[in-house]
Write a protein that binds this ligand. Structure first.
Ligand SMILES: Cc1ncc(COP(=O)(O)O)c(C=O)c1O
Length: 426
């Protein structure tokens, strides 16, 4: 039997659109960051391995059970309907998911494009940046993500530009970070483009992005902001950053499935980023021309509305306050202890969930792998070592919404045992 195009379209229209199929579970919003009962109701929405204290939640975020179930439904649905879905309905669903993300980020839908992760978004904006000329320079910092540093180095090389790499101050302060970037731009007037990481994956340091972007703009320097780690961890929307180019993902702190990223380009700045080399010209003049992912995981994108609905029930300000309270609980408990360095200051503008520590004299990668291993073997606390900080490697600690104050206390107690044993001479 053959079907007319009209009847196919009619059937497609009758297919329930994915983004409307999810109802966020009804749990009460916790009554502040210390409401353990309220937060344990949220933790009950997650299926986590028993017997480990999971304080390494910065790789990607576990999906809450209802979000995971929605993802499983979408996988089955897309697989069942296959090209019938992909060809007839995905286009509309994709638009709807984009509109929801844009609404949440408080930007226009035609200023964002969906990618598979933040890497893909950032790599495209860096690699396709069109304003760099021979003799110009690109600025990066030691805390930036390694592959984004590499992308900037590759762009600079290709364009005959210099690469300037600065070391960010440690310990850092709000003004000290702005001053460090201002000094670097003053010393290197040829810089046209810089990479700025909103939240460092190495130390958790949160940059004053808005202030640095404003300062760079007065010098005609473009800033590509790496917000892979900040959206959903800290409480902000894109107008708060006021940046022209931002890469984000949904799988770290928004709790979406792996495989969802976002490229943001301010509409008036689209011309600064050239088309994706694989763009065939059909999207000319739009942000869609700046990214060509090929076939992707439809189901992951279709689960975004569920993830956003789940996050909205918690509330982004409430979530950020809880994450910061969990971080303060362990970090401020041990900050004054002999032999430990907490790598982000107490200033709430400069960190959220993630904070790294270093034990005096233990600055090698092997040392920090050993510290993380001891925390796991002796205390059942899972953390991860991080390298690439100029003053030495460290151990990163990242609570999430299902972490408890008791988890943070257990880490502080473990450090009180570990640090005196492992700290070297001052
Ligand atoms: C600072 C930073 N930038 C970029 C990325 C890459 O993000 P994605 O996994 O979305 O590609 C990460 C991932 O850990 C990161 O921490």
């Amino acid at each position: 039997m053959t079907m007319s195009r009209r009847s196919l379209l009619g059937m497609a229209a009758a297919m329930p659109l994915a983004p409307t199929s999810f109802a966020a579970p009804a749990f009460a919003t916790p009554n502040g960051p210390q409401d353990e009962a309220g937060w344990s109701a949220i933790a009950a929405q997650y299926d986590l391995p028993p017997d480990i204290i999971q304080l390494e939640n910065a790789y990607w975020g576990v999906m809450a059970r209802p979000v995971r179930e929605e993802y499983q439904r979408q996988v089955e649905r897309v697989n069942h309907l296959s090209s019938y879905y992909g060809r007839l309905s995905y286009g509309e669903d994709h638009k709807r998911v984009k509109a929801m993300l844009a609404d949440r980020l408080k930007v226009a839908p035609d200023e964002i494009a969906l990618t598979r992760n933040a890497t893909e978004a950032l790599k495209a904006m860096i690699g396709q940046y069109e304003r760099l000329r021979p003799g110009d320079a690109v600025l990066i910092a030691d805390l930036d993500y390694d592959s984004m540093q590499a992308a900037c180095a590759s762009l600079a090389k290709r364009c005959g530009a210099d690469l300037i790499r600065i070391v960010l101050p440690e310990p850092a302060s709000h003004q000290g970070l702005i001053d460090a970037y201002a000094a670097a731009l003053d010393a290197n007037p040829k810089v046209r483009l810089m990479l700025l990481t909103h939240v460092s994956h190495r130390t958790g340091l949160m940059m004053p992005v808005r202030e640095i972007v404003a300062m760079a703009r007065t010098r005609d320097v473009d800033v590509i902001v790496d917000a892979a780690h900040s959206w959903g961890q800290a409480d902000f929307t894109l107008p708060d950053l006021d940046a022209d180019f931002v890469g984000l993902n949904g799988h770290k702190w928004i709790g979406a499935p792996l495989g969802v990223g976002i490229m943001y380009i301010r509409k008036s700045r689209l011309d600064a980023i050239g088309p994706d080399p694989a763009d065939e010209g059909g999207h000319a003049g739009t942000i869609e021309a700046r990214i060509h992912t090929g076939t992707l995981d439809f189901a992951a994108q279709l689960t975004v509305p569920a993830a956003l609905a789940f996050q909205a029930r918690i509330g982004s300000a409430t979530k950020a306050a809880r994450l910061r309270a969990l971080r303060d609980r362990w970090a401020e408990a041990v900050r004054g202890m002999e032999g430990i360095e907490i790598l982000t200051p107490k200033d709430p503008r400069l960190s959220c969930a993630i904070t790294s520590f270093r034990i005096r004299g233990r600055t090698s990668v092997a040392d920090n792998m050993a510290i993380a291993r001891t925390l796991m073997e002796d205390h059942k606390i899972f953390t991860i070592h991080r390298a690439g900080v100029t003053k030495g490697a460290c151990v990163r600690v990242t609570p999430s919404v299902y972490s408890t104050m008791a988890d943070a206390d257990a880490l502080a107690a473990a450090l009180r045992i570990l640090v005196p044993r492992m700290a070297g001479a001052a």
